[in-house]
Design a protein around this ligand. Structure first.
Ligand code: CDP
Length: 232
Protein backbone atom coordinates (compact mmCIF):
# COMPACT_ATOMS: atom_id res chain seq x y z
CA UNK A 1 0.00 0.00 0.00
CA UNK A 2 1.33 3.44 -0.90
CA UNK A 3 2.28 5.44 2.17
CA UNK A 4 -0.18 8.18 2.96
CA UNK A 5 -2.95 6.62 0.92
CA UNK A 6 -6.26 7.37 2.56
CA UNK A 7 -8.24 4.32 1.37
CA UNK A 8 -7.31 0.61 1.36
CA UNK A 9 -8.22 -0.13 -2.28
CA UNK A 10 -6.55 2.86 -3.94
CA UNK A 11 -7.10 6.54 -4.61
CA UNK A 12 -10.31 8.29 -5.69
CA UNK A 13 -10.28 9.94 -9.10
CA UNK A 14 -13.03 12.50 -9.81
CA UNK A 15 -13.83 13.22 -13.47
CA UNK A 16 -16.28 16.06 -14.05
CA UNK A 17 -17.37 18.05 -17.06
CA UNK A 18 -20.27 19.02 -19.35
CA UNK A 19 -22.51 16.64 -21.29
CA UNK A 20 -20.75 14.54 -23.90
CA UNK A 21 -17.22 15.61 -22.92
CA UNK A 22 -16.21 11.95 -22.78
CA UNK A 23 -16.24 11.51 -19.01
CA UNK A 24 -17.86 8.08 -18.86
CA UNK A 25 -15.84 6.40 -21.60
CA UNK A 26 -12.65 7.95 -20.22
CA UNK A 27 -13.50 6.99 -16.63
CA UNK A 28 -14.23 3.41 -17.70
CA UNK A 29 -10.89 3.10 -19.52
CA UNK A 30 -8.90 4.72 -16.69
CA UNK A 31 -10.56 2.41 -14.15
CA UNK A 32 -9.75 -0.61 -16.27
CA UNK A 33 -6.09 0.42 -16.66
CA UNK A 34 -5.73 0.82 -12.87
CA UNK A 35 -7.86 -2.19 -11.89
CA UNK A 36 -10.31 0.22 -10.20
CA UNK A 37 -14.10 0.32 -10.27
CA UNK A 38 -15.98 2.92 -12.34
CA UNK A 39 -18.85 4.87 -10.76
CA UNK A 40 -20.97 6.64 -13.38
CA UNK A 41 -23.00 8.96 -11.16
CA UNK A 42 -25.05 10.21 -14.14
CA UNK A 43 -26.40 6.67 -14.56
CA UNK A 44 -28.01 6.94 -11.10
CA UNK A 45 -29.75 10.23 -11.98
CA UNK A 46 -30.82 8.62 -15.25
CA UNK A 47 -32.24 5.54 -13.48
CA UNK A 48 -34.23 7.72 -11.05
CA UNK A 49 -35.56 9.72 -14.02
CA UNK A 50 -36.54 6.58 -15.91
CA UNK A 51 -38.22 5.12 -12.81
CA UNK A 52 -40.25 8.31 -12.22
CA UNK A 53 -41.33 8.43 -15.87
CA UNK A 54 -42.34 4.77 -15.72
CA UNK A 55 -44.25 5.35 -12.49
CA UNK A 56 -46.17 8.12 -14.24
CA UNK A 57 -45.02 10.85 -11.85
CA UNK A 58 -45.30 14.07 -13.91
CA UNK A 59 -42.12 16.15 -14.26
CA UNK A 60 -43.76 19.19 -12.69
CA UNK A 61 -44.23 17.15 -9.48
CA UNK A 62 -40.58 16.12 -9.20
CA UNK A 63 -39.64 19.13 -7.06
CA UNK A 64 -41.88 17.75 -4.33
CA UNK A 65 -40.50 14.18 -4.30
CA UNK A 66 -39.86 12.94 -0.75
CA UNK A 67 -37.21 10.45 0.28
CA UNK A 68 -39.96 7.87 0.99
CA UNK A 69 -41.24 8.28 -2.59
CA UNK A 70 -37.70 7.97 -3.90
CA UNK A 71 -37.27 4.75 -1.86
CA UNK A 72 -40.42 3.40 -3.47
CA UNK A 73 -38.98 3.94 -6.96
CA UNK A 74 -36.69 1.04 -5.99
CA UNK A 75 -33.55 2.25 -7.81
CA UNK A 76 -30.35 0.41 -6.93
CA UNK A 77 -26.74 0.34 -8.11
CA UNK A 78 -25.08 -3.08 -7.81
CA UNK A 79 -21.27 -3.14 -7.67
CA UNK A 80 -19.57 -5.51 -10.10
CA UNK A 81 -15.93 -6.08 -11.08
CA UNK A 82 -15.70 -3.04 -13.35
CA UNK A 83 -18.62 -0.79 -12.45
CA UNK A 84 -22.22 -0.58 -11.28
CA UNK A 85 -25.35 -2.10 -12.77
CA UNK A 86 -28.50 -0.04 -12.26
CA UNK A 87 -31.81 -1.73 -11.56
CA UNK A 88 -35.34 -0.41 -11.08
CA UNK A 89 -37.80 -2.74 -9.36
CA UNK A 90 -35.16 -5.47 -9.65
CA UNK A 91 -34.91 -5.23 -13.46
CA UNK A 92 -31.75 -4.05 -15.19
CA UNK A 93 -32.20 -0.68 -16.95
CA UNK A 94 -28.77 0.00 -18.46
CA UNK A 95 -30.18 0.43 -21.97
CA UNK A 96 -33.37 2.26 -20.97
CA UNK A 97 -31.50 5.01 -19.12
CA UNK A 98 -29.84 6.17 -22.38
CA UNK A 99 -33.15 6.83 -24.15
CA UNK A 100 -33.92 10.25 -25.71
CA UNK A 101 -36.77 10.60 -23.21
CA UNK A 102 -34.40 10.23 -20.26
CA UNK A 103 -31.87 12.58 -21.95
CA UNK A 104 -34.57 15.21 -22.23
CA UNK A 105 -35.66 14.97 -18.57
CA UNK A 106 -32.63 13.96 -16.50
CA UNK A 107 -31.29 17.47 -15.81
CA UNK A 108 -34.63 18.48 -14.39
CA UNK A 109 -34.56 15.52 -11.99
CA UNK A 110 -30.91 16.14 -11.08
CA UNK A 111 -31.74 19.73 -10.06
CA UNK A 112 -34.09 18.54 -7.28
CA UNK A 113 -32.21 18.99 -3.97
CA UNK A 114 -34.02 16.05 -2.27
CA UNK A 115 -32.91 13.75 -5.09
CA UNK A 116 -29.27 14.79 -4.68
CA UNK A 117 -29.42 14.32 -0.91
CA UNK A 118 -31.08 10.93 -1.32
CA UNK A 119 -28.31 9.74 -3.66
CA UNK A 120 -25.33 11.16 -1.78
CA UNK A 121 -25.10 8.29 0.75
CA UNK A 122 -24.98 5.63 -1.97
CA UNK A 123 -22.34 7.52 -3.98
CA UNK A 124 -20.11 8.12 -0.94
CA UNK A 125 -20.47 4.51 0.16
CA UNK A 126 -19.19 3.45 -3.27
CA UNK A 127 -16.00 5.40 -2.58
CA UNK A 128 -15.52 4.32 1.03
CA UNK A 129 -12.65 1.92 0.21
CA UNK A 130 -11.17 4.03 -2.61
CA UNK A 131 -10.00 2.36 -5.83
CA UNK A 132 -12.67 4.31 -7.69
CA UNK A 133 -12.97 6.47 -10.79
CA UNK A 134 -16.18 8.49 -10.42
CA UNK A 135 -17.58 10.73 -13.14
CA UNK A 136 -20.32 13.34 -13.09
CA UNK A 137 -20.88 17.06 -12.52
CA UNK A 138 -20.14 17.59 -8.82
CA UNK A 139 -17.83 14.70 -7.95
CA UNK A 140 -14.75 16.85 -7.25
CA UNK A 141 -16.71 19.71 -5.71
CA UNK A 142 -19.37 18.00 -3.54
CA UNK A 143 -19.36 14.17 -3.55
CA UNK A 144 -15.61 13.53 -3.09
CA UNK A 145 -14.04 16.94 -2.36
CA UNK A 146 -10.98 15.09 -0.96
CA UNK A 147 -10.39 13.01 -4.12
CA UNK A 148 -6.65 12.56 -4.66
CA UNK A 149 -7.00 13.43 -8.37
CA UNK A 150 -9.62 15.68 -9.99
CA UNK A 151 -9.88 16.16 -13.73
CA UNK A 152 -12.30 18.49 -15.50
CA UNK A 153 -12.92 17.44 -19.10
CA UNK A 154 -14.05 19.98 -21.70
CA UNK A 155 -14.53 19.81 -25.47
CA UNK A 156 -15.97 21.97 -28.23
CA UNK A 157 -19.82 21.64 -28.30
CA UNK A 158 -19.94 20.44 -31.92
CA UNK A 159 -17.29 17.83 -31.29
CA UNK A 160 -19.22 16.65 -28.22
CA UNK A 161 -22.39 16.42 -30.32
CA UNK A 162 -20.60 14.51 -33.08
CA UNK A 163 -19.21 11.97 -30.59
CA UNK A 164 -22.60 11.53 -28.94
CA UNK A 165 -24.27 10.84 -32.32
CA UNK A 166 -21.55 8.36 -33.27
CA UNK A 167 -22.06 6.63 -29.92
CA UNK A 168 -25.77 6.41 -30.74
CA UNK A 169 -24.90 4.60 -33.99
CA UNK A 170 -25.27 7.46 -36.49
CA UNK A 171 -22.20 6.74 -38.65
CA UNK A 172 -22.07 10.01 -40.65
CA UNK A 173 -24.29 12.65 -39.00
CA UNK A 174 -25.35 15.62 -41.17
CA UNK A 175 -24.42 19.18 -40.09
CA UNK A 176 -28.10 19.64 -39.11
CA UNK A 177 -28.00 16.54 -36.88
CA UNK A 178 -24.84 17.84 -35.22
CA UNK A 179 -26.37 21.32 -34.68
CA UNK A 180 -29.53 19.82 -33.14
CA UNK A 181 -27.58 17.50 -30.81
CA UNK A 182 -25.22 20.36 -29.80
CA UNK A 183 -28.28 22.43 -28.86
CA UNK A 184 -29.64 19.56 -26.73
CA UNK A 185 -26.31 19.11 -24.94
CA UNK A 186 -25.98 22.86 -24.32
CA UNK A 187 -29.54 22.99 -23.01
CA UNK A 188 -28.61 20.34 -20.44
CA UNK A 189 -25.35 22.16 -19.58
CA UNK A 190 -27.32 25.35 -18.98
CA UNK A 191 -29.64 23.64 -16.45
CA UNK A 192 -26.71 21.75 -14.85
CA UNK A 193 -24.53 24.88 -14.47
CA UNK A 194 -27.18 27.24 -13.16
CA UNK A 195 -29.03 25.06 -10.64
CA UNK A 196 -28.90 26.07 -6.98
CA UNK A 197 -27.52 22.80 -5.59
CA UNK A 198 -24.22 21.24 -6.67
CA UNK A 199 -24.01 22.91 -10.08
CA UNK A 200 -21.62 21.77 -12.79
CA UNK A 201 -18.38 23.53 -11.91
CA UNK A 202 -14.66 22.96 -12.08
CA UNK A 203 -13.14 22.35 -8.64
CA UNK A 204 -10.37 24.84 -7.87
CA UNK A 205 -7.84 22.01 -7.61
CA UNK A 206 -8.97 20.12 -10.75
CA UNK A 207 -6.72 19.68 -13.78
CA UNK A 208 -8.57 20.88 -16.90
CA UNK A 209 -8.22 18.72 -20.00
CA UNK A 210 -9.60 19.89 -23.37
CA UNK A 211 -10.28 16.72 -25.35
CA UNK A 212 -11.46 18.38 -28.60
CA UNK A 213 -8.35 17.42 -30.54
CA UNK A 214 -7.06 14.69 -28.25
CA UNK A 215 -6.77 11.09 -29.27
CA UNK A 216 -8.77 8.90 -26.82
CA UNK A 217 -5.85 6.61 -25.93
CA UNK A 218 -3.63 9.63 -25.16
CA UNK A 219 -6.27 11.22 -23.00
CA UNK A 220 -6.70 8.02 -20.98
CA UNK A 221 -2.96 7.59 -20.70
CA UNK A 222 -2.49 11.18 -19.48
CA UNK A 223 -4.98 10.62 -16.65
CA UNK A 224 -3.54 7.20 -15.73
CA UNK A 225 -0.08 8.79 -15.45
CA UNK A 226 -1.41 11.57 -13.21
CA UNK A 227 -3.17 8.94 -11.08
CA UNK A 228 0.01 6.86 -10.69
CA UNK A 229 1.91 9.97 -9.66
CA UNK A 230 -0.63 10.43 -6.87
CA UNK A 231 -0.46 6.91 -5.52
CA UNK A 232 -2.98 5.18 -7.79
O1 CDP B 1 -23.07 11.21 -20.29
P1 CDP B 1 -23.64 12.59 -20.25
O2 CDP B 1 -22.58 13.62 -20.19
O3 CDP B 1 -24.65 12.84 -21.32
O4 CDP B 1 -24.50 12.75 -18.92
P2 CDP B 1 -24.49 11.87 -17.62
O5 CDP B 1 -23.14 11.90 -16.98
O6 CDP B 1 -25.10 10.54 -17.91
O7 CDP B 1 -25.47 12.70 -16.67
C1 CDP B 1 -26.82 12.91 -17.00
C2 CDP B 1 -27.35 14.09 -16.21
O8 CDP B 1 -27.34 13.76 -14.80
C3 CDP B 1 -26.57 15.40 -16.29
O9 CDP B 1 -26.95 16.20 -17.40
C4 CDP B 1 -26.89 16.06 -14.98
O10 CDP B 1 -28.13 16.74 -15.04
C5 CDP B 1 -27.05 14.91 -14.03
N1 CDP B 1 -25.88 14.66 -13.18
C6 CDP B 1 -25.67 15.46 -12.08
O11 CDP B 1 -26.45 16.38 -11.86
N2 CDP B 1 -24.64 15.22 -11.23
C7 CDP B 1 -23.79 14.23 -11.45
N3 CDP B 1 -22.79 14.01 -10.60
C8 CDP B 1 -23.95 13.42 -12.59
C9 CDP B 1 -24.99 13.65 -13.47
Amino acid sequence: MTEGRRHPDGIIIALDGPAGSGKSSTARAVASALGYRHLDSGAFYRAITWAALQAGIPADAWDGLTSAELDRLDVHGHPGEAGYTLTVGGAEVMREIRSPEVNAHVSRMAAVPAVRTWLMGALREAGARGGLVADGRDIGTVVFPDAELKVYLVADPKERARRRLLEQGLASPSPEDVEAEAARLQGRDEIDSTRAVAPLARAGDAVELDTTALDFAHQVDAIVRMARARGG
